[in-house]
Design a protein around this ligand. Sequence first.
Ligand code: FAD
Length: 411
Amino acid sequence: RAEAVTGNLDDCACDVETIDSFNNDQLFPKLQALLESDYFRFYKVTLNKPCPFWTSSSHCGLRDCAVKPCSPVSSSFQPNQEECFEETREALLDWSKYDDEAQRFCVVDDEDSPDSQYVDLLLNPERFTGYKGPEAWQIWNSIYEENCFKPYTVKRPLNPNSFPSSSGGEGKTTFYSWLEGQCVEKRAFYRLISGLHASINIHLSARYLLQDSWFQKKWGHNISEFKVRFDSELTAGEGPKRLRNLYFLYLIELRALAKALPFFQQHGIRLYTGRPEEDQKHKELLLEILQLAKSFPLHFDETSLFAGDEKEAAKLREDIRLSFLNISRIMDCVDCFKCRLWGKLQTQGLGTALKILFSERQIKALPVSSDHRPSFQLNRQEIVSLLNAFGRISTSIRELKNFRSLLAEDW
Ligand code: FAD
């Protein structure tokens, strides 16, 4: 049963119950408040980049896949919004001087590209869109294939017809055995992607389109959709493993937030929106969240991911960086724009979390005064994606609690 995910997690000294109570009672409410602020709700993204790997066979015409863009004249903006954007742009230009491209784990969309647009994430919640079938599987399978750490420029189109359906059937075992035959398994990387996959599928089950008539749309929890994806019996034991991967992803991103604290504590780091009082309030809330993340008692020890000699660790780090670069590009092949938006954001957020975890030395060496050039920087895109990506995982953990209660009632 899906709710049977309890006890210790593999590879770390942490248990599900500790994470549940820490997240649901302490961190989740603060994070939600932060993510509603203007700094965090506007994400700049290029959504119409062509897929670099294969010719997209279909254009998603699903209504619920549409993304509502923001425009500076939109009523959802404050009157001084254009000014704010100008200020943000200046801050970004300032930061970007110190950005080291090689430190990035993701392709960051060109903010100055005429095709990039601000998207209000609150207007475009991650939820059920109806995107599924061979196209969606092709994306997931291509992402899992990155586990192989092949040279990132080599990418061949996969045959979507050879992939299994999650409703079971003969193809099911061939999916991963095919992958395993092709490459050496990198366990942590696989678990992170699987955790992200689980999170997306929890969201679509929690905000499912329950009623769709000409006068009303109703979104809510769909228990059977959740069970089909996560129930132990219905998934031959895979569902609970995927949920454990979600907790693993949570721990990795939480650890990154804790490690990023000194960066945000630096004098001069501001959350620009053009309204200084609000910015200060949100900066304080952000610091409170990061302090809370740091206080978590059972942190994952990420150094275990890079055991071995320095050369080997550097190689693995570079492999992961290139894989994330490729995953960012695969996201441009997602036909459903809403899924593409959240897929890009979450990949960038996870990439930023890994960048932080691999930059401990540089973060420790951050200058106390602003006279020295810091060797570690995060730009606005990275900060917004990091916190929003973590917000998605935190919400998934919270949703698991809701599903547990609903399943108990359903019994
Ligand atoms: P899929 O979820 O497509 O999975 C394919 C196969 O992968 C399964 O058969 C199973 O064998 C395996 N698998 C499933 N889950 C895991 C896991 N956690 N770990 C390891 N293996 C697993 N749909 C929406 O409604 N809203 C969205 O916002 C949305 N965003 C998406 C974003 C991206 C980047 C992608 C690629 C898809 C998105 N989708 C979204 C589609 C959704 O994730 C599913 O692909 C779709 O609902 C079809 O599900 P499925 O049951 O066929 O299996």
